[in-house]
Design a protein. Structure first.
Length: 265
């Protein structure tokens, strides 16, 4: 049965207090999921253990079927909008939050060895914008990407905003961290992936690229792009622009590129 919370200082909902600040400093191997679509996807992912839910009272009626999937041991807390806003520190319009535990990250070699003969992988290098990372994970889920590799500078895909922008894609597509961009390329090449680096200076045009059975798409941050030494070691591809523009938003670019690389023809 849901437990009603009337005091924002109730210790039982302590993990939800001051959500934005804790997003920045971390949550001891936990993360926050926000919104109905994200919660429904989270409930279907066995690799994440849900610790608790905090719901606006008005959302209980719309989530009955989803809550049936929840283990009976997981507490469900409810509060009115005023109390919930006071707990999290800002108006939480969606009225749905969950705390879940992160899954351990697999070594990159182990994760790539589990990929099938036909596989599409995305590598993110130096992406510090949570909206872009969330958008890329959304596209990765939509186009059947098997895994996403992150270098040490790329931001956390399980940051609350990144999960929300990904519409739960960050919960669906497996990912892991790699020590460096160089280590990422080495691991991909060792696993027989054709490594495509997307760049405005790419030597091939995306529309003419025929993907290999195992293909990896590398994306860099807007502005600096991918490091020159990485471009020198990979197959460079560009998307032609008009009107004097040299590039697109990286999340938009990922959708265009993944649509092309995931085609069967």
């Amino acid at each position: 049965m849901p437990v009603a919370i009337s005091d924002p200082d109730d210790p039982r909902i302590e993990p939800y207090r001051a959500v934005r600040e804790r997003d920045l400093v971390g949550r001891q191997h936990r993360f926050v999921a926000e919104g109905e679509v994200v919660l429904r996807l989270l409930l279907k992912q066995s690799r994440f253990r849900i610790e608790s839910l905090l719901l606006a009272e008005s959302r209980l009626g719309t989530l009955g079927d989803a809550l049936d999937l929840l283990s009976p041991e997981v507490p469900v807390y409810t509060a009115n909008r005023t109390v919930m806003d006071a707990i999290v520190g800002f108006p939480i319009h969606r009225g749905i939050l969950a705390i879940a535990h992160r899954a351990p990250l697999q070594p990159v070699e182990e994760l790539l060895s589990q990929m099938p003969g036909n596989a599409l992988v995305v590598g993110l290098i130096g992406l510090a914008n949570h909206d872009n990372v969330g958008g890329i994970f959304r596209n990765a889920a939509a186009f059947g990407v098997g895994t996403v590799l992150l270098d040490q500078e790329t931001c956390d895909p399980l940051y609350r905003k990144a999960v929300r922008v990904s519409v739960g894609g960050a919960l669906v597509v497996p990912f892991t961290r790699v020590a460096s961009a160089e280590a990422m390329v080495q691991a991909l090449q060792a696993a027989s992936f054709d490594v495509i680096a997307l760049s405005p200076s790419g030597k091939e045009i995306l529309s003419r690229v025929k993907p290999f059975p195992r293909t990896a798409l590398l994306l860099g941050a807007e502005g600096p792009g991918l490091p020159p030494e990485l471009l020198a070691r990979t197959r460079t591809v560009s998307i032609p622009m008009s009107g004097g523009f040299d590039s697109l938003n990286v999340a938009t670019t990922s959708g265009i590129a993944l649509h092309h690389l995931s085609r069967d023809d």
